[in-house]
Ligand binder design. Structure first.
Ligand code: M6R
Length: 609
């Protein structure tokens, strides 16, 4: 959460910082701020509550002078309300040192007390302000040394950028647990929380590692360990395009990303199934280990957790291997039974989710092998796993995850097939047929996207409901959970996902004519059971929107609206059934006038616990 940008170069820093910062707004948008060093050795800070456009208004009224060095921040509040005062940068009492921070300083309270005793006074409620004061009291003329001494006292996760009026030509960056990259330009350098922010300025980046800090000037970047040892960092060239970070004619990134799913999956199948033969490059776990593993434990959060739930059905069906799925935040504190015979599959789009990283470390400490299903190349999760299956779904900017989800599902199908092959738990003909059907999924998804006008109509007709239930059974129970999550995230309508068989055990009490109930009722061995559940809802006057298989002539008699998906093997239906639910959530949110790409209270990467 929170986005950081820093610039050192010959140009005026403020417009560059603002342009880059806007591309990080998906990480948090409670408040924003900018701090620059002008040519008269002044450190000047401007901040504003709310989105970056508010900061721009402030800057119109009080413009910043030309400056070659600056840092900026967009905030997702953890400690302290989203106010002007709590916005970053935070400065020391002399106003000579400014800090922006992404993460949480866990020991900020004792540090604050200690610093108060040393004469510092605090103006904000943030944990970050302690960093500015700490560096200040430790500063004896060498900024790098003061930062180094300060971070040695910090506990928690942080990515920071620091500037000082006494050093008008440089900025200092450091990270533990929160991402930070350095962009290398031509006689200018950047720091950023994420690559897209600086993509149209440079493609040469250094992924700063945990426990590293950097001293950055116009023409030099020196990287050190926190212990002060100089290291030679690896310089990567980012391959994804600037267009990946632009809306390209779509109204929102979410809509663009929904439409990118067929192509993303087609690319994945091309790479992973060249001439129909499975290539799980990156898995880095031998067939022998895969054949002998006793249990799989999937850990993930949010949408990635829902992908893991679908993964359970796939792996248990194809590989006959016990698969448990847990949210990372629960797993990490529940003393799970994990040993060297357990294969842990960590799923994360960003690869930076703090809970998932902590859960992985916990599982590793218990001896498990870790493979991750991850989208962001080079992320912390990828680096900490024994093997990585990259989904390569491309940059996902919309806070509501869509294309990363179906890419994660696809990877679970491929992993399930691989496990079934080495464990010889499914007939080769069955696996061959599944592969053939998987290859048709991109075209099926394309045809679904062509139905968006019909989905828009249904969404608009139902957008007034104040409460939605999503029901599904078996492998589409997670589809119901994911459909509900999509709707609540961006429309703010209370939406609950349930296993349809659980209805009678409580949720049915909610049903009346004021509820909309979305039922995933595609053709499967539980279809008849779903129809019975739908009848029970109709008997209580609930409004039913069904996701059904094309050609199902009967379903229209039981429900108010039907969204259809192409016929496919039952096991593969989650790859299709989710598409109309993503679109429906999107259209409901748009109809309600919500900010789809930046829903309230959320951030794209949850890098704090
Ligand atoms: O980057 P990750 O996949 O680890 O993120 C996990 C969740 O934070 C994420 O899926 C979140 O639930 C999304 N907003 C869902 O749309």
């Amino acid at each position: 959460m929170c986005g950081i940008i820093g610039y050192v170069g010959p140009s005026d820093s403020t417009p560059i910082l603002l342009a880059c910062l806007k591309k990080l707004e998906y990480r948090g948008y409670d408040s924003s701020g900018v701090g620059v060093l002008d040519h008269h050795s002044h450190l000047i800070v401007r901040k504003s509550k709310g989105k970056i456009k508010n900061l721009e208004e402030v800057l119109k009224g009080e413009p910043l002078p030309f400056s070659n060095v600056g840092i900026s921040h967009t905030r997702w509040a953890t400690h302290g309300l989203p106010t002007d005062i709590n916005a970053h940068p935070h400065v020391n009492n002399a106003g000579t040192i400014a800090v922006v921070h992404n993460g949480i300083i866990e020991n900020y309270a004792p540090l604050r007390e200690k610093l108060k005793k040393q004469g510092c006074y605090f103006v904000s409620q943030t944990d970050t302000e302690v960093i500015a004061h700490l560096i200040s009291v430790l500063y004896k003329g060498d900024l790098k040394q003061a930062v180094q001494k300060a971070i040695a006292q910090l506990k928690g996760a942080f990515a920071i950028a620091v500037i000082s009026k006494d050093h008008p030509d440089l900025m200092i960056a450091a990270r533990v647990g929160s991402p930070l990259i350095i962009g290398l330009g031509d006689k200018e350098n950047y720091i950023a929380s994420d690559v897209p922010a600086i993509l149209d300025r440079t493609r040469r980046v250094i992924y700063l590692k945990d426990g590293q800090m950097a001293v950055i000037t116009m023409d030099k970047v020196d990287v050190f360990t926190f212990a002060g040892q100089k290291v030679t960092p690896k310089v990567d060239t980012v391959s994804f395009t600037v267009s990946a970070a632009q809306k390209e004619g779509y109204d929102h990134f979410m809509l663009k990303e929904i439409h990118e799913q067929p192509q993303g999956l087609a690319n994945m199948l091309k790479n992973r199934l060249p001439s129909g033969k499975l290539n799980l490059e990156g898995l880095d776990v031998s067939d022998k280990v895969l054949a002998s593993v006793k249990k799989i434990t999937v850990i993930a959060c949010g949408t990635a957790y829902h992908a893991g739930l679908v993964g359970k059905y796939i792996i248990e069906d194809l590989a006959r291997l016990t698969t448990e799925v847990d949210t990372s935040s629960e797993f990490r504190y529940r003393n799970a039974i994990i040993d060297k015979h357990t294969l842990v599959v960590a799923v994360s789009q960003s690869g930076e989710t703090a809970d998932t990283l902590a859960a992985v470390r916990e599982a590793k400490a218990k001896g498990a092998k870790i493979i991750s299903i991850c989208n962001v190349v080079g992320s912390s999760l990828a680096r900490e796993s024994d093997g990585v299956l990259y989904t390569h779904a491309g940059l996902e900017i919309g806070v509501a995850s869509t294309k990363a989800y179906t890419a994660q599902l696809m990877m679970f199908y491929l992993l399930g097939i691989k496990l079934a092959q080495v464990r010889q738990t499914a007939k080769p003909a069955r696996l061959k047929d599944l592969i053939k059907q998987l290859q048709r999924v991109p075209d099926h998804q394309k045809s679904l996207l062509e139905q968006k006008a019909a989905i828009l109509k249904i969404a608009e007709a139902n957008s007034h409901f104040g409460c939605f239930l999503y029901l599904g059974r078996n492998i589409n129970y997670p589809t119901a959970l994911e459909g509900a999550l999509k709707l609540k995230e961006i429309s703010y309508i209370p939406a609950e996902g349930y296993a349809a068989g659980e209805m009678k055990h409580g949720p049915i009490a909610l049903i009346d004519e004021y509820r909309a109930v979305v039922c995933v009722a595609v053709q499967s061995h539980v279809y008849e059971k779903m129809i019975s559940n739908i009848q029970e809802i109709r008997a209580r006057k609930g409004n039913v929107i069904a996701v059904a298989t094309q050609g199902d002539k009967d379903i229209a008699h039981h429900v108010d609206y039907v969204l259809t998906v192409p016929a496919i093997d039952e096991l593969l239906t989650p790859l299709l059934a989710i598409i109309p639910l993503q679109l429906m959530a999107y259209y409901v949110a748009v109809k309600r006038g919500n900010d789809v790409d930046q829903p309230r209270n959320l951030a794209k990467s949850v890098t704090v616990e």
